[in-house]
Design a protein around this ligand. Structure first.
Ligand code: PHE
Length: 507
């Protein structure tokens, strides 16, 4: 009998009396487990092998479970303390027993909610009794945890299902099921091996250019495909959904007539802050808040005329009754380099003419780029995020134009319930924060900040028309579109790989 290579190897390695698992066969034949599975199913179809499937439950202790093996279950500790306090004879005050038990924090609630369920006694109006007949040394849950500590992987067959279920519900263990297949030779298989003999058939599993050009394809035997065989999962690379969303944002903005700005991630404080009429003693400019660069620590060139006009705006203000800050302004500070805390630095480079942009109104510019902030990490804040920066330069702009632009932009992502809150920025007047509603929690989420650039910003830049501008968070937009509650689901080491593999940005 002629059979493909892998099938011959499996037949020769399988035994009639000693079932072998796919893993064992894979090891003994040197074939991959998925190849062995495929071959075994083929042979089973031919009646030469029997494949038996068995599902086993595997359990592992959680950290909390492991802790209780060490310290005892909270309800058992409560019972022992209750016995010591004489609660077997008469009800004793709960406070006293809990104090004596050494339980604190959430362990107290855990003890109370399991105490009566497991027959250790009763708890009523602040008093506790202990059942003298209860036996904490025979606590099935404690025993099971103990057994699992010794043998962390496989669940011993002696553990009752209801105890396991209960432990899983309490979060003390994690259960998972695994299917193992084991293989034995059938009588026909033994006959084939012993009487008939098997040899390897030359089969071809793919058509090659050589087979086609030589004409050999007409004579060879092709291997059958077994579409039911287990195959290894493969995860090809995909574009991260944040990147996908960034691309979509760019498409939308380009569609709205915007051009893209580019510029440095690390930039002079002059572009990041001074041009924006941010006083040099502003709290956001302290060493605590910015990521300063050590090398190089100062920018080489700044446009001298612009520097002089910006300094003048800071010192003396702009316009007839303009007020400056009456605080120090230091060129050296303006030249120091830090990671940009916003991409408004790019807007300044472009609006100043430094980036050689055509500034004849009307003009629209945007960027979708990383910014860096020394924030405290939490579900909505990271040390870096993507900002959707944008500005429109035109004659006679009003807040309505700003709001209309946002409505149009966010509508393309299905977000139609924007809300606005007046806010303060040193560089815009009026200024608005933008909010959207989180689709899962219903909470208002801040998604951006915006406003009309003040004369103190535009005058030194020598921009005569109006400019409305904004910085929106790409991550928050993603949260509103997909309902993520924690930014760390999509960023960094805690991210949810499955979600990243499966979510696709739809256009
Ligand atoms: N720079 C602001 C921020 O990072 C956003 C903004 C840009 C606000 C332009 C107004 C004008 O929050």
């Amino acid at each position: 009998m002629k059979l493909p290579d892998a099938q011959v190897a499996v037949l020769e390695t399988a035994s009639a009396s000693d079932p072998k698992t796919i893993e064992q066969l894979a090891e003994e034949t040197g074939h991959k487990p998925e190849t062995v599975t495929g071959a075994a199913f083929e042979l089973a179809d031919e009646g030469l092998l029997a494949v038996e499937e068995r599902t086993e439950t595997h359990a592992s202790l959680t950290d909390e479970g492991a802790e209780y093996v060490e310290d005892g279950l909270p309800e058992v500790r409560l019972y022992r303390a209750a016995l010591d306090a004489g609660a077997a004879d008469e009800p004793v005050s709960m406070g006293r027993v809990i104090g004596a038990s050494g339980l604190d924090g959430p362990a107290v609630d855990i003890a109370l909610s399991n105490y009566a369920r497991k027959g250790y006694g009763s708890i009523e109006s602040g008093e506790i009794t202990a059942d003298p007949d209860a036996d904490p040394d025979a606590d099935a849950e404690a025993d099971a945890l103990e057994a699992l500590l010794a043998d962390r992987e496989e669940v011993p067959a002696t553990l009752a299902d209801d105890v396991l279920d209960q432990l899983e519900r309490r979060g003390l263990i994690e259960l998972s099921e695994r299917t193992t297949r084991s293989v034995t030779l059938t009588d026909d298989g033994v006959d084939a091996m012993m009487l008939e003999g098997v040899e390897v058939a030359e089969t071809v599993d793919r058509l090659t250019p050589e087979l086609l050009t030589s004409g050999e394809w007409a004579d060879v035997e092709f291997a059958d495909y077994n579409v039911e065989a287990d195959a290894a999962e493969t995860h090809g690379g995909t574009v991260h959904i944040l990147r996908q969303t960034a691309e979509r944002v760019k498409d939308v903005l380009v569609g709205m007539g915007f051009k893209e700005m580019r510029g440095p991630h690390a930039d002079a404080d002059f572009w990041i802050n001074d041009c924006l009429f941010m006083p040099q003693d502003h709290p956001a400019r302290t060493q605590w808040d910015r990521f300063a660069l050590e090398r190089p620590d100062k920018i080489k060139d700044l446009p001298e005329d612009l520097v002089a006009r910006v300094e003048d705006a800071h010192r003396n203000g702009v316009g007839e009754d303009g007020e400056g800050y009456h605080s120090p302004w230091d060129l050296d500070f303006a030249r120091s380099i830090a990671l940009r805390g916003h991409t408004t630095s790019l807007s300044m480079r472009y609006l100043s003419g430094d980036a050689d942009a055509d500034l004849e109104p009307p003009k629209r510019y945007f960027s979708v780029e990383k910014v860096y902030r020394n924030d405290t990490l939490d579900p909505t804040h990271l040390l870096e995020f993507f900002q959707i920066e944008g500005w429109v330069l035109a004659e006679d702009l009003s807040v309505r134009d700003l709001m209309g632009t946002f409505e149009e932009f966010y509508r393309q992502f299905g977000i139609t319930d924007l809300e606005y809150k007046p806010t303060y920025n040193p560089y815009t007047e009026p200024s608005f924060e933008l909010f959207g509603t989180h689709p899962e929690t219903g909470e208002l989420v801040e998604i951006g900040n915006s406003g009309m650039f003040r004369d103190e910003v535009l005058d030194p830049l020598e921009v005569e028309a109006d400019v409305m501008a904004w910085g929106l968070s790409l991550e928050r937009l993603l949260m509103l579109i997909y309902g993520f509650e924690d930014i760390r689901d999509v960023h960094g080491t805690l991210c949810d790989l499955e979600l990243l593999r499966e979510t696709e940005v739809l256009h």
